[in-house]
Write a new protein. Structure first.
Length: 62
């Protein structure tokens, strides 16, 4: 059986800092991807987000 412990203040600070860093890099990556799709493929932001994830449904209407 796994036991849980409370995180120290330093661990919490490091965890939040890491999370903020990951979010920042994901935002930068997605911004660059959208900008590239807009400029090179003439894809609108809406189209980009609509087609970002592959559908798991076999009966997708679009």
């Amino acid at each position: 059986m796994e036991t849980k412990r409370e995180l120290t203040y330093e661990e919490q600070v490091k965890g939040l800092s890491f999370l903020k860093d990951v979010i920042l890099h994901v935002n930068q990556y997605m911004s660059a991807a959208i900008e590239s799709a807009n400029h090179t493929c003439h894809v609108t932001d809406e189209e980009f987000w609509d087609h970002l994830f592959l559908s798991t449904s076999r009966n997708k209407s679009h």
